[in-house]
Design a protein around this ligand. Sequence first.
Ligand SMILES: CC(C)(COP(=O)(O)OP(=O)(O)OC[C@H]1O[C@@H](n2cnc3c(N)ncnc32)[C@H](O)[C@@H]1OP(=O)(O)O)[C@@H](O)C(=O)NCCC(=O)NCCS
Length: 188
Amino acid sequence: MITDIAALAADPSPLARTITVDGAGLSIRALLPGDGEALVAFLAGLSGTSRRFWHGDTDHEVAAAGWIEAIGRYDKLRLVAVDRVGLAGVVDLSLSLPEGHEITRYAEHGIHLDPERTARFGPCVADRWQGRGLADALIPPAWEAIRRLGRDVVVLFGGVHEDNARARRFYRRHGFTEVGALDMWRRL
Ligand SMILES: CC(C)(COP(=O)(O)OP(=O)(O)OC[C@H]1O[C@@H](n2cnc3c(N)ncnc32)[C@H](O)[C@@H]1OP(=O)(O)O)[C@@H](O)C(=O)NCCC(=O)NCCS
């Protein structure tokens, strides 16, 4: 059933599930209004490398407050994975394609992104979880959320750094192909 971001904020239960990764139980769900402190801790706990590849140097408290305030209101849906310690991973999804960003870069490569069909996707797992399969496990719920939102084209949110070899391997493994030096996309 096709739904929208506001409806998923009002009733996030369709996105919730539990998974086991590398022997540990985690829950996957939408970011909720009570997650502010956990989000600050997640951002503050990222290594410099992970931070550089995902959102760069933000003020953690300001970013977390903005993401909580945006729940159900604009173009973003954030999925989180939660373990016994706190947030283990965050997936940014966005349904908007602002001019000057992805839609413009893809057009430079002859690809017209349809704003009605495209979702932007940007995952990040906590450093303690990298290389253990959590990012792989976040893919099915992310694709399910995107399909529920009526989209079937996925582009990387902000592209991928040229030197982020690990992420590029991960995206290729999940069916993405390169568009120029910065971007990767796939159809669902
Ligand atoms: C990009 C990112 C999401 C990928 O996550 P990841 O942990 O490397 O990916 P996975 O969890 O699928 O693990 C993959 C690696 O773990 C290994 N692995 C170990 N156990 C595994 C398991 N049970 N299942 C899958 N892979 C496993 C794989 O062999 C693979 O090794 P490789 O990287 O040498 O090829 C993650 O590295 C990350 O968050 N980086 C920082 C932020 C970032 O760069 N985001 C992307 C912005 S474009």
